[in-house]
Ligand binder design. Structure first.
Ligand SMILES: [Fe+2]
Length: 241
């Protein structure tokens, strides 16, 4: 992937200068992201209470979203980034996605769990996924990096849950969850550093930063649909097995 010319004011700016200016502000943002992530993880339906259809649905909706969209989201973050090191961090992530063919890994995971997404799964996530796609298309640097940092943090913990669902579905293919449970720890840390820098640049540019969590909240809504019951959102899945 070729590099788009950087903002000339940032070329040669030492990384330590950029990302130490807003430390207390970014610490509080990291805390807020962690709080949102912890709440989301705590709201996951208990695996023992899920029916086979409940398990299949979560894997299928997750797969329906991730297989075709993650690289689009991350590419948007790459195009939006204004700090050279942010692009370098995201480029490493994208290279891994493409070289290891993570969409193919996602598809094998769904296949092995008998949870290949169908049209009902795609329709269930359509409104919230569309909102996330439109947000990504705005290419807002700090809010988009915040969304990706939040997502990488979330899936670190979500992978163990997803692996358990697949196991209960009789799957022996855990490559997707094994790979993402490990590599996304580093991705999350690096994106958090990039967020700090992008926020400093936004602040220097006189941007308010009031929409910093726009993408985070849109993606949280999408995840809530993935892990919820699309027919009866307020009800837990009955255990019919
Ligand atoms: Fe991936």
């Amino acid at each position: 992937m070729s590099l788009i010319p950087m903002n000339p004011t940032l070329i040669g700016t030492p990384s330590s200068t950029i990302h130490t200016r807003n430390r207390s502000q970014t610490d509080s943002i990291r805390e807020r992201l962690k709080h949102i992530t912890d709440d989301l993880l705590a709201s996951l339906p208990a695996i023992d209470e899920l029916s086979a259809e409940g398990r299949r649905g979560i894997i299928a909706r997750y797969s329906s979203v991730l297989e075709g969209n993650f690289i689009y989201w991350m590419t948007g973050a790459y195009l939006a980034a204004r700090w050279e090191e942010t692009r370098s961090i995201i480029e490493d992530n994208l290279l891994q996605e493409v070289r290891e063919c993570h969409p193919g890994m996602m598809r094998r995971f769904a296949l092995a769990a008998h949870a290949v997404p169908g049209s009902a799964d795609a329709l269930a996530v359509h409104p919230q996924l569309s909102a996330v796609r439109l947000f990504v298309g705005k290419l807002s640097p700090a809010p988009l990096i915040a969304m990706m940092a939040f997502f990488e943090g979330f899936i670190q913990s979500f992978m163990a849950y997803l692996a358990q669902l697949a196991k209960r579905q009789g799957s022996g293919d855990q490559e997707y969850t094994d790979v993402h449970g490990i590599c996304d720890i580093a991705h999350s840390r690096e994106l958090s550093r990039a967020l700090e820098a992008e926020m400093a640049i936004a602040s220097d540019s006189g941007e308010s930063g009031e929409n910093l969590f726009e993408g985070v909240y849109l993606l949280r809504s999408l995840i809530q649909v993935i892990v919820g019951d699309p027919v009866h959102p307020a009800k837990a899945f009955p255990n019919v097995n």
